[in-house]
Design a protein around this ligand. Structure first.
Ligand SMILES: [Zn+2]
Length: 522
């Protein structure tokens, strides 16, 4: 079977990953640094004898390993651009090269397996320049297998090359790592994948909407292999044309336009309309968790959009949808979006645990529609002049943040004095009896001398200056003595204490007629 023949599977079914598997370094996408380093290493003949390729699944580790093998063993090489036609290149392409040995460490983990390899590595390559061992999922090897391998890595025969691949580099012993040249394969960026898929579609003669390719690239999460298998599916699904609608249905994604109107209804507090839209999603076969994920994605995207339009680049959105998103973002504040995010995230766990995920989601929808839109502090402060009551209120609330709470009625009265409310302060000291103090509630009994609107005056002062709403009740209960009476009593007690002091007594006795006139606080 030649390289260009697709695998004979279902008729019309393309196995793109096999058909378009790169065979040269220049065909590897999204790994520019790796390609450049390998190219220079191969051209300069400065390639080590052991490599380790690491990265998430589907980023091209095995493909890269095979390309290195081809590059090293090509009869025209070593060259970064193996010819593809010499006997070595052909043998590798057809998986029949005697000198390129692929081992899956997941199934051959024992020390005996490795000993066998090491034993064989002592013999020269059969028909090529190097004997190349590609060990996939190398982290699966047993400890003793690693130890056996280490000895060979320390003194490798000159004709042997090792290429290791792993998804879990942290499980590979440091002693092995230190003897390998390490290459990290990155996740492939969505725009790179889209561009790649586009060229494949052209070669396949299939018309693909760019939005559809964007959706596939996003779902692939950086893996070419996953992306290609999704594209395969989409092509089977849509035969000669791949549309965004088909891909959405295939991936179980909600229609972005419907999602936007749903989100808008939620934010406008339209409970019934929101529930109606939710039912429509169900009818379309959407899964409750999927809907929540989509809403979370949208919330995150709107937040990015608010921070900076450049953060909100989303290849899966058409310009019209981006415009619509921008309008939606305009009406919402960052704090509101943060609250929506929190509710959705909490809801995600609830829906997962709920016996009926559908009902749980409906409850979350109701919760979201009852969120009162919260204008940002910044917006309020920038609404206009000082006379705006809202601004005044917010300012006093801001100020309130710096006020410690009153620990006692005395504290409160002291604060009134600091506000330069002399008359009110006097009334509070001389003319009221405290009945109960329990912020923000206060009960007082007024004497005859107290102004009738005292409680109103105090309430207004607390509200305007501290932004606090107090309830000040007038009571008939006797309550405590007035603050003035309390102070007088305290002074009396102090006087008595002083007069009892032995030293003072001696002075008074020595100077008959002496009286205690005033006590000065020290
Ligand atoms: Zn060749």
């Amino acid at each position: 079977m030649s390289e260009d023949t697709p695998a004979p599977l279902l008729e019309g079914y393309r196995v793109l990953a096999r058909k378009y598997r790169p065979i040269k370094l220049s065909q590897i996408i999204g790994q520019d640094f790796l390609v450049e380093t390998l190219k220079r290493g191969i051209e300069g003949g400065r390639l080590g004898h052991a490599f380790i390729l690491t990265g998430i699944r589907g980023t091209g580790k095995t493909t890269t390993a095979r390309i290195i093998a081809r590059a090293l063993n090509c009869e025209t090489g070593p060259t970064p651009e193996p010819c593809g036609t010499c006997s070595s290149c052909m043998a590798i392409a057809q998986d029949r090269s005697m000198d390129v040995i692929e081992i899956d460490a997941a199934s051959r983990t024992s020390v005996d397996d490795i000993r066998e390899i090491i034993e064989a590595s002592r013999y020269k390559a059969v028909s090529s320049r190097y004997k190349i061992y590609i060990i996939d999922e190398v982290h699966m090897l047993s400890k003793s297998a690693f130890n056996a391998l280490l000895k060979t890595l320390e003194e490798p025969p000159p004709h042997v090359k090792f290429i290791f691949a792993t998804t879990e580099i942290h499980k590979v012993p440091a002693t092995i790592l230190s003897r390998c040249v390490r290459f990290d394969l990155k996740r492939i960026e969505a725009p790179t994948l889209v561009a790649y898929f586009k060229t494949l579609c052209e070669q396949e003669g299939v018309v693909c909407e760019e939005e559809a390719l964007g959706l596939i690239a996003k779902a692939a999460e950086g893996s070419v292999r996953d992306g290609l298998s999704l594209l395969d599916q989409a092509m089977t699904y849509g035969t000669s044309q791949v549309t965004a609608a088909q891909v959405r249905q295939m991936l179980g994604l909600s229609d972005q336009g419907l999602l936007f109107t749903f989100f808008q209804a939620l934010m406008e507090g339209e409970t019934l309309l929101s529930l109606e839209k939710l039912r429509y999603f169900y009818q379309e076969g959407a899964d409750p968790l999927r809907i929540l994920e989509d809403l979370l994605d949208l919330t995150h995207w709107l937040q990015c959009l608010k921070m900076s339009p450049s953060l909100a680049q989303d290849i899966t959105l058409t310009p019209e949808k981006r415009q619509k998103g921008a309008e939606l973002a305009e009406t919402l504040s960052i704090p509101s979006l943060t609250r929506v995010w929190q509710i959705l995230l909490k809801g995600f766990e609830e829906v997962k645990r709920a016996p009926s995920p559908q009902k749980a989601l409906e409850v979350i929808v109701i919760r979201l529609t009852h969120l009162t839109p919260l204008p940002s502090l910044h917006d309020l402060l920038n609404q206009g002049g000082d006379e705006l009551p809202l601004k005044k209120k917010i300012l006093s609330e801001v100020k309130a943040g710096t006020h410690p709470a009153f620990a006692s009625f005395e504290d409160l009265v002291e604060w009134v004095s600091q506000q330069r409310e002399g008359i009110l302060h006097g009334n509070l000291v001389y003319d009221v009896h405290l009945v109960a103090f329990s912020p923000p509630t206060l009960a007082l009994r007024l004497t005859q001398k107290a102004p009738k609107n005292l409680s109103q005056q105090l309430q207004d002062l607390l509200k305007e200056t501290r932004g606090e709403v107090w309830t000040i009740a007038i009571s008939e209960e006797i309550g405590h003595p007035t603050l003035y009476e309390k102070e007088q009593k305290a002074r009396e007690e102090q006087r008595e204490t002083i007069l009892q002091d032995p030293l003072v007594k001696t002075v008074m006795e020595a100077f008959p007629g002496t009286t205690l006139v005033e006590i000065e606080d020290k």
